[in-house]
Design a protein around this ligand. Structure first.
Ligand code: KIV
Ligand code: NA
Length: 275
């Protein structure tokens, strides 16, 4: 079975077929996402928060992305796997090329995602010229959260015009798709219409060509409320807690293990060693 390619994803836009992308960070989850038939998986630097327990994505290093990309590649077969370039790993063309080489050679994955607009267009162009498919990321770009905050982006005219220009610049530079995060749905719809490459929204409304969500938000792995843009499709965290609690109670009450989980020896052997 061959993996999806960026041209398969482009064709989905052309066919008007919505693109479901989800973050995945490890082997077991990749197996599940693969069975569910998702066409694109994102090894997002949100792993800094949901897998490593940091407050932001900023502490995530290239080597962290490599480690998680390897796990996801082991568990997936058909999906296109996109890997985030972490904070300050693509500040210059040289640095971007060096880190892209590490991410793709050591981590695997078929494409890289970079946050930013026209200002990173030369980097996007050079990466794509060298054979690296690039996904853009505009709007609420979490690597810039100390500048932007975490509120809805591109609400006023100037900021909305800039976002549209940035999206065009990324397409022009060779990006194969662009994530639009937490921007007004009207603007996301306009950008999606204007671009020939697919837009993948998160908190950007139904007008995008696809959607992306974070694994832990979708599955309800944490107790706290997920962000406004998320929908909890399950309460897996609560289910896991119930199971773990049940196990601990069974151990305490000597209900686990039973003969079903245990092996035995013959009475003759037992007799011999007891002497
Ligand atoms: O890191 C991430 O999870 C992301 C998506 C939310 C787009 O960049
Ligand atoms: Na990210």
């Amino acid at each position: 079975m061959r993996r999806n390619t960026i041209s398969d994803i482009r064709k989905m836009k052309e066919a008007g077929e919505p693109i479901a992308m989800l973050t995945v960070y490890d082997y077991a989850s990749a197996l599940i996402a693969e069975r569910a038939g998702l066409p694109i998986l994102l090894v997002g630097d949100s792993l800094g928060m949901v897998m490593h327990g940091h407050d932001t994505t900023l502490p995530v290093r290239v080597r962290d992305m490599i480690a998680h990309a390897r796990m996801v590649m082991q568990g997936s077969r058909k999906a296109l796997v996109v890997v985030d370039m972490p904070f300050l790993s693509y500040g210059t063309v040289e640095e971007a090329l060096r880190n892209a080489r590490r991410l793709m050679q050591e981590g695997g994955g078929q494409a890289l995602k970079l946050e930013g607009g026209a200002e990173i267009a030369p980097i996007v162009r050079r990466l794509t010229e060298m054979g690296v498919p690039v996904m853009g990321h505009l709007g609420l770009t979490p690597q810039s959260q100390h500048q932007l905050g975490l509120r809805v982006q591109a609400r006023d005219e100037a900021a909305a015009r800039k976002l549209l220009a940035d999206a065009r610049a990324l397409q022009e530079a060779g990006a194969f798709a662009v994530v639009l995060e937490v921007i007004p749905q009207e603007l996301a719809e306009l950008v999606s219409r204007e671009l020939s490459i697919p837009t993948i929204g998160i908190g950007a409304g139904l007008g995008c060509d696809g959607q992306v969500q974070v694994w832990h938000d979708l599955l309800g792995l944490f107790e706290h409320k997920p962000p406004r843009h998320a929908r909890r499709y399950a309460e897996i965290g609560a289910e896991m807690e119930k199971a773990v609690r049940h196990y601990a109670e069974d151990v305490a009450a000597r209900r686990f293990p039973t003969v079903a989980q245990s092996a035995s020896m013959t009475p003759e052997v037992l007799e011999k060693i007891e002497k």
